[in-house]
Design a binder for this molecule. Structure first.
Ligand SMILES: [Zn+2]
Ligand SMILES: [Zn+2]
Length: 809
């Protein structure tokens, strides 16, 4: 029996830690609770061995899982993520396992020598009278000491409820050295049951008792509670033999939800058109090959990609295998969830950001024990512990919400591809505007390409009309938000009883607050960013850190009264439209009106039901809704992004314009798009006007080639951040000089330079950009840089390494 285990812990350190087993027997891929510094942490066991570490190993405190929670495929995927994105393995595993709710966090206190002394002295002297407040506080401190003196420690929760000692009071007593705290986190004992699960078909002979068990399993779909086997009256050892032969396993599962195996519904009769049928046929073929493949399903907006995914997933389910579909953050509305339940019944697990930790854990177990074999969810659903994975679909694969902007900074689409590779599954990426990298892979033959070139039911793509706002300004002599053309077209729609959507990708009332006297703009106190005026809320808000301030009556700098609010956000656009069309019913979709999925759904269903004439909003309105009454889409500001210092600005603008234009004309009446722009010559605008993805792709590819950007190079952004400017400067200087002296081979280093957002959430930010033709060389340069930083005692938390960044801001 091995003596030690290596554990990956969720701490920002690049190694695993060795613990002594002390008679307990965990499993590789299962979790254990261990002491780390002065806390208790849950980590995943990566190895069992007999190699004693150089320092004394602490004991494992508890075993959280009797069976692995990460199978070898998922362990391998985690190791790949850790290596590729330079993230500690323990942090990666924590992201992959939504099981935090199963560890009960707790802290306990006990009295110290110093505390005893204080208690004795107070008993002799009586309390010294000071102000009322501090006297009360002192009394409470003595009560806590007294309570602890008669016990072998007490939990924080007990002290807070029975003595009313606040967290601050206890922390103060710890600082004074009177009491000591310790982490006593433990496993939360969920009610669990043992279930017998058949793993494979029987090969070889069975005796009569064994056959009884296998027959019972077969009659109940391959899974049966262990207790149910008692009635068979077979000896326990029979089950043990079957386990040893690998035919069944005994899984410990939390109780409290039904694990019924419903009859899989017959494949819904989708009326697929020939292009859809062909796409489904191709996907079916690839799934049937049972080996890794990637297919890019490139279909224009309204071409019916979703019907193809769902039909393919149903076939997978009917074949007894599993499928995962990733969708962007905003895609999972309650309506979408209801549709999925309609199609897949109890066998679908839906993972969205509104789930509580406990619900997330429950879904995880449903997937793990085979009750749910179809998983639909946002980014982290890529880690769903399904067995026999046949198909992974990534819908709207270009969406930036697939990128996690915190450690580990993985990209859900790219992880989906690696998961497909490790599991031998077919991966389908779907989009009307594929990411440059994805289309390049398809064009170069690395991915298969499937196309849906037409909308369903021969509906035409909407007509796009450009309105040059510079010309509009010259004609009218005034800065207008809504052009004559757009006003006129909206009026026609209202007269005909049709609906329109207007996109302005900027929320709030006015994005700039300016003093005309001294020229100063009001900036966030935490970020180098202008505050946005929100008129209804009567606040200034920072859209990067959520800092709020009252609306100034006079300039904060020079006290002049000439404070002006400049520019237009979606809130103001709504007001302007009310002014232009007083009788129209207008709704707004942006982060201020939408707090959760329900709000989003409510506004959309009002539009669907014809209770709204006009819908205004940010990019939220651009994503995936199918509202048949909308015949006009107006774009008032989608090209601000073209001014951003980011190499993906053109790509993002093209994608947004195409997506929002795609909302028009999805019903029987044809659609039209009015695109107001200040950059009418820009190729992103020109190609969007013509619905010409390939044209855009070719042009953008040239630019990427000249500028050595992806897909021609691999890119990483290394950010140095600190709430002290001198420290941020010092660290970036140290790293910069080292990179200059030791230029990594085959890697171009740009910087250090102030990041485009030079200050964000109270932190000063400097960055380096590393580019390389070779993924390997980039990875080893980053690794060397991190090693050097660690040797220089630069805290890991001050460095952000972002591999394949979606934004360089
Ligand atoms: Zn001023
Ligand atoms: Zn801010």
């Amino acid at each position: 029996m091995p003596t030690f285990c290596d554990v990956a812990l969720p701490v920002p350190l690049g190694t695993c830690f060795t613990y002594r087993l002390n008679g307990t027997q965990p499993v590789v891929g299962g979790r254990v609770l261990v002491p780390f510094r002065n806390v208790r942490l849950a980590g995943v066991v990566t190895a069992l061995h007999d190699r004693a570490p150089s320092v004394e190993a602490k004991n494992v405190l508890d075993i959280l899982d009797a069976a692995p929670v990460l199978d070898p495929e998922l362990m391998r995927l985690g190791e790949w993520i850790s290596h590729y994105y330079l993230a500690p393995l323990g942090e990666v595993f924590r992201t992959m396992l939504p099981l935090g709710a199963e560890v009960k966090q707790a802290r306990a206190f006990r009295i110290t020598e110093a505390g005893w002394k204080v208690l004795h002295e107070s008993a002799e002297r009586g309390s010294s009278r000071r102000s009322k407040k501090s006297a009360d506080e002192q009394m409470l401190e003595y009560r806590v000491l007294d309570y602890l003196a008669s016990r072998d420690g007490a939990r924080e929760q007990t002290l807070r409820t029975s003595l009313r000692a606040s967290r601050e009071l206890l922390a103060g007593m710890v600082r004074k050295g009177w009491i000591a705290s310790e982490d006593v986190s433990s496993r939360r004992d969920a009610r669990r049951m043992r279930r017998v699960v058949q793993l494979k078909e029987v090969s070889g002979k069975l005796n009569e008792n064994q056959r009884k068990i296998i027959e019972t399993l077969a009659a109940s779909g391959g899974r049966v509670p262990a207790d149910d086997l008692r009635s068979l009256d077979v000896p326990q050892s029979t089950l043990g033999t079957l386990v040893r032969r690998g035919i069944v396993e005994i899984a410990s599962e939390p109780m409290g939800f039904a694990v019924s195996r419903l009859e899989t519904k017959s494949v819904l009769g989708y009326a697929l058109n020939p292009a859809q049928t062909n796409a489904l046929e191709e996907i079916r073929k690839r799934v049937g090959e049972k080996k890794f493949s990637v297919t890019l399903l490139f279909g224009v907006t309204g071409s019916g990609k979703t019907a193809v995914y769902l039909a393919a997933m149903q076939e997978v389910l009917a074949a007894g295998r599993s499928a995962i579909m990733l969708v962007p953050e905003i895609g999972l509305t309650p309506q979408a969830a209801a549709n999925l339940h309609e199609i897949f019944g109890e066998e679908v697990a839906i993972l969205h950001s509104a789930l509580t930790r406990a619900e997330r854990a429950e879904q995880w177990h449903r997937i793990r024990n085979g009750a749910a074999r179809v998983v639909v969810g946002t980014r982290s659903a890529v880690f769903a512990p399904v067995r026999d994975l046949a198909l992974i679909v990534v819908d709207e694969e270009q969406d930036s919400s697939y990128k996690q902007e915190e450690m580990p900074r993985y990209h859900g689409r790219d992880v989906a591809i690696m998961r497909g590779k490790f599991s031998g599954a077919a991966v389908v990426l779907g989009s009307a505007t594929p990411a440059m990298e994805s289309f390049h892979n398809a064009a170069s033959g690395k991915y298969a390409l499937l196309e849906l070139p037409d909308r369903v039911e021969q509906r035409p793509l909407p007509e796009v009309e450009l309105v040059d706002m510079r010309a509009e300004f010259q004609q009218s002599g005034e800065e207008r938000v809504l052009s004559h053309r757009l006003i006129e077209e909206v009026r026609q729609r209202l007269d005909r009883g049709e609906q329109a959507m207007i996109l302005l990708n900027r929320r709030g009332y006015s994005p700039v607050v300016l003093c005309r006297s001294c020229g100063e703009t009001v900036q966030c106190q935490n970020c180098a960013i202008s505050m946005t005026h929100h008129r209804r809320a009567q606040r200034l808000m920072c859209h990067y850190c959520a800092y709020q301030a009252p609306v100034p009556k006079v300039c904060p700098k020079c006290a002049s009264e000439y404070v002006y609010f400049l520019g237009t956000g979606s809130e103001k656009l709504e007001d302007l439209l009310h002014g232009a069309f007083p009788t129209a019913r207008i709704g707004r979709l942006d982060r201020d009106t939408v707090r959760g999925r329900e709000d989003f759904e409510r506004v959309l269903s009002a539009l669907h039901a014809g209770e709204l004439d006009l819908l205004v909003g940010t990019q939220m309105i651009a994503k995936g809704h199918d509202i048949h009454g909308v015949t006009l889409v107006g774009v008032v500001g989608a090209d601000f992004a073209l001014g951003f210092p980011d190499f993906r600005a053109a790509e993002r603008t093209f994608q947004l314009l195409t997506q929002v234009a795609g909302r028009a004309g999805r019903g029987s009446a044809p659609g039209e798009v009015i695109l107001q722009t200040y950059f009418s010559e820009h190729y992103a605008i020109r190609f969007a006007e013509r619905h010409d993805y390939r044209g855009f792709y070719e042009k953008e590819l040239q630019y990427r080639r000249w500028m050595h950007y992806p897909p021609f190079t691999s890119l990483a952004n290394v950010l140095v951040r600190s709430d002290e400017m001198t420290q941020a400067l010092k660290y970036s200087g140290v790293l910069g000089r080292w990179l200059e002296k030791n230029p990594p081979q085959g890697v171009r280093v740009l910087g250090p330079a102030a990041a485009p957002l030079a200050r964000l959430q109270r932190e000063y930010r400097y960055h380096f950009i590393l580019k390389s033709q070779s993924r390997e060389k980039l990875n080893s340069a980053l690794r060397a840089l991190l090693d050097f930083a660690s040797a220089q005692k630069i805290p890991r938390g001050k460095l952000v390494v972002d591999v394949d960044p979606v934004s360089l801001l």
